[in-house]
Design a protein around this ligand. Sequence first.
Ligand SMILES: Nc1ncnc2c1ncn2[C@@H]1O[C@H](COP(=O)(O)OP(=O)(O)OP(=O)(O)O)[C@@H](O)[C@H]1O
Ligand SMILES: [Mg+2]
Length: 242
Amino acid sequence: MLEITNLHAAYGDAKVLYGIYLKVEPGEVVAIVGSNGAGKTTLLRSICGVVRPTEGSIRLNGEEVAGKRTHELVDKGLIMVPEGRRLFPRMSVRRNLEIGAYSNRARPHLAERLDYVYRLFPILKERSEQLGGTLSGGQQQMCAIARGLVATPEVLMIDEVSLGLAPVMISRVYDAIKAIRDLGVTLLMVEQNVNQALSVADRAYVIQHGRVALSGTGKELQGNEEVRRIYLGLNSTEEELS
Ligand SMILES: Nc1ncnc2c1ncn2[C@@H]1O[C@H](COP(=O)(O)OP(=O)(O)OP(=O)(O)O)[C@@H](O)[C@H]1O
Ligand SMILES: [Mg+2]
């Protein structure tokens, strides 16, 4: 579905990605984890055409799309939910959702999609006339994901799925992610909460300094000594003691 080969990206002279290899199969949930500044957001922005890669290939359903513009990619069903939600604060929830359907691809499906996201997140239906900027952080994240779904994604990329959310909100957002997967949408998500990410993802990639340091199934990485030590705050000694 999505195949990334030797992807390099930079902001001016500052190189950020140094040859990323990554693959997402249809229907998979794939997580990207890694420390702050590792290049996770830059990777998603390069895939969705916000940052132009300096080298490498991005194939979407076999078609080369590296260097294409965001709106062209949106028309092909590659949709990004950016870090920090990015709602229009002075527009209603409904209007924010409608804007998700601006592409030719999505427009005909607006009514049906609104119905779907209101069933997925009933709070958004209750609050549909409230201004986006007045939603709580968790509600804003739901609204941002819902707006992504209104765009009729084939691949939905979500940056910082659970950042800043309370535990009960995190599990609600993850329930929604499972429902979205069951709808047949392929998911590529960046997640700070490594434990959470690895327990939901089919596969995951650990990014360090703009390269893939490790990859594997969620289970494999949960069992990986290095991942446990660095990201899960566990080590074998502690475990032997417990
Ligand atoms: N617009 C920009 N201009 C210049 N440098 C940038 C820009 N955006 C990001 N960078 C730099 O690129 C590097 C990678 O940033 P990026 O946002 O991709 O990291 P990240 O893995 O998403 O981190 P975090 O977990 O903190 O969100 C950082 O060193 C950052 O300072
Ligand atoms: Mg980031």
